[in-house]
Design a protein around this ligand. Structure first.
Ligand code: PGA
Length: 254
């Protein structure tokens, strides 16, 4: 059986506790009336809004984590703390964190390991920049990011890990990758996962596409064999559009 799809909303620096609560109530209400069986839905709000989510029918996600359990690390949040707030998933290595907050392949690896230790599922983000694609380097860049993020990482179950392919040039630009560009990269990612975890596990790890996904372009993307869901930024802030993406995916056979 094929794994469930994932639709994850990455709210970035948007929606404080009050807004998060009312969005999540709307989402839960909708899902209560029209349950979705073949999609794992995730909302990743800012840390301060995690406990405001009324997560009925969807999973709570975080956008980042620190790898130490506790100690003198001002401003940081540990995986155990996220777990206490009900986080089931956590995004790591988002390109905005790599770009603006000096995240490196090494810290992405430490965070991935810390999450798994605390039984939170990492969504590891990889993706090339525009100049790397123009230079034909995109596959090498992504292969490297992935192998660095997963260095020494063990998983028991394919559900323990998800990978998000997010080409930097597609994020927040309206410049979505074509379904074929995404599919080609997802094949490369799948092959790397096979080498790392074996065919049985790798075949079931969810690989998401992210970067300017919306309710109009999702159908073409999700048609592709290797695309197991979407990580959605801007459009996930709008409940109707987010639901419309979920609906178009949920209508597919799994
Ligand atoms: P976008 O962001 O959907 O606004 O392009 C995606 C992401 O950064 O995860």
């Amino acid at each position: 059986m094929k794994p469930k799809y994932i639709v994850a909303g990455n709210w970035k620096l948007n929606k404080g506790p009050a807004e998060a609560r009312s969005f999540s109530e709307g989402l839960s209400k909708h899902l209560g009336n029209a349950p979705v069986k073949n999609v794992d839905i995730i909302i990743a709000p800012p840390f301060v809004s995690l406990s405001a989510l009324k997560a009925d029918g969807f999973f709570i996600g975080a956008q980042d984590v620190y790898w130490e359990d506790k100690g003198a690390f001002t401003g940081e949040v540990s995986a155990a703390m996220l777990k206490e707030l009900g986080a089931a998933y956590c995004i790591v290595g988002h390109s905005e964190r790599r770009m603006y907050f000096h995240e490196t392949d090494r810290t992405v690896n430490l965070k991935t390991a810390a999450l798994l230790k605390n039984r939170i599922r990492p969504i590891v983000c990889v993706g090339e920049r525009s100049e790397e694609r123009k230079a034909g380097q995109m596959y090498n860049v992504v292969r490297f990011q992935l192998s660095a993020a997963l260095f020494d990482v063990q998983i028991e179950n394919p559900d323990d890990l998800a990978v998000a392919y997010e080409p930097v040039w597609a994020i927040g630009t309206g410049n979505v990758a074509t379904p074929q560009q995404a599919e080609d990269m997802h094949e490369i990612i799948r092959q790397s996962l096979e080498k790392r975890f074996g065919i049985d596990i790798a075949g079931k790890i969810r690989i998401l596409y992210g970067g300017s996904v919306n309710d109009a372009n999702i159908a073409g993307l999700i048609d592709k064999e290797q695309i197991n869901g979407a990580l959605i930024g801007g459009v996930s802030l709008d409940l109707d559009k987010f639901l419309s993406i979920i609906n178009s995916i949920s209508q597919r056979e799994r």
